[in-house]
Design a protein around this ligand. Sequence first.
Ligand code: C2O
Ligand code: CU
Ligand code: CU
Length: 488
Amino acid sequence: MLNRKLSRRSAIKAGAVTTGLVGGAGLAAPLLAPAAAADTVAAAVSATTPMFAVPLTVPPVLRPTAVSATTDYYSVTMKKAVKEIIPGLQSEVHTYNGEFPGPTIKARSGRRVVVTQTNELDMPASVHLHGAEVPMDSDGSPMNTIAPGGTKTYTYPNNQPGSPLWLHDHAHHAESEHVYRGLQAMYLLSDENDRAQPLPSGAYDIPLVIRDVQIDTTGQLVYTMGDFNNRTTILVNGRPWPFLQVAARQYRFRILNASSLRFFVFGLSDGGSFTQIGSDGGLLEKPYTTSTLKLSPGERADIVVDFSRYETGTKIVLQNANGPGPADLIGKIMRFDVVREARDFSYVPSRLRTLPTPEIATVNRTFVLRMEDDGRPNPNAYINDQLYDPDRIDTEIAWGSTEVWTVTNANVKAPHNFHVHLVQFRVLERNGKAPDPSEQGLKDTVAVLPGETVKIQMTFDSYRGTYLYHCHMFDHGAMGMMGTMRIS
Ligand code: C2O
Ligand code: CU
Ligand code: CU
């Protein structure tokens, strides 16, 4: 692997973060202990990639291969492909159907989706639908893999409210690298209430899959487990720091943090506000006006930005205020160029949805997340002092029960987050207080920063079987921070 020092732009040494970058964001940095060999910054192409030089593209919507009265059938092939991510360089990536990121599946609540996956990669793969209530055999668990050359059919009942779900790899110890190299796609589930909203739609409703990556000067994606510092190229829908020409009207953006380790704190370069209308589990009850949006890995947010307040010709940068990394690289995400006037009949209603009243919880559990974050190579990461063991059941749950889980991050440096398969939960408390409005909807992934304690509540009344919960910093999951629950 190349390990030269960067010559252009200041390569911040591992562990150090540009001053002011983290400021009022409320997240401490560095968020993770430096990776092994962190005294040098590997040669990356990020320093020489021009910003806002390529247009944003949107992943294609996948077409069903067959449609019945109840079900849409899809077929997906996992395979390697070569893409021009950085202009002029060819990158080998892992893909669903040759797309980077994968094609979007659009599904409707109450209609089943069946996806036949064929693995043409040379490694076992497993496909998980993040945020979805699915039968155990279709959950894409780490050991339930598709061998190279094999095929598996996954059934998604979609018996849940509309929500921005995420299809991604989950093969044991390989998920982190697989997702990094491209095995991920949006899965947008909508229900009747969603479709009746007067929100921006069609060309004004755009998914933004945002992630970091390290690309070397030959164009290759460099994956080093736990490397928080050298992933300094930002991709949106697979394009480096793209621009999007917008009309002076409202747009809806469905944002996914598809990074393995990076926590983003988004904002607009003019400090302007926007409206958050949804999160992991779909629409919030009420819209929430804010000028910052925090997203940890795997979290989603649905926002509306009103560009009508800008003159034609204005350029607004979507920024990230959270380290680690040089602010002139990871501090910028993409640019919106306001290029024309447009009529706009969309609006954000004052009430978006009514969430079900949570049941009374009868079971309380405690989960302590802790990893070795002193900078040692190959650190272990634990839940309740145990490393993940796919053959062990950590949590036995009685079907139908409603539980409160208290999740604590025992680290002083490393951030974590917490994701539970199969269910959407409510965040009851963050450090003893009510969570921000952005966390008051249905969630499946929640940030747990160093020293923080988060309480979540959920009801296990759908499928029985063995499922996972884990830190969604994929590298931490692969280091052991994953547990199994059995609902029976
Ligand atoms: Cu995004 Cu185990 O999940
Ligand atoms: Cu999941
Ligand atoms: Cu973690």
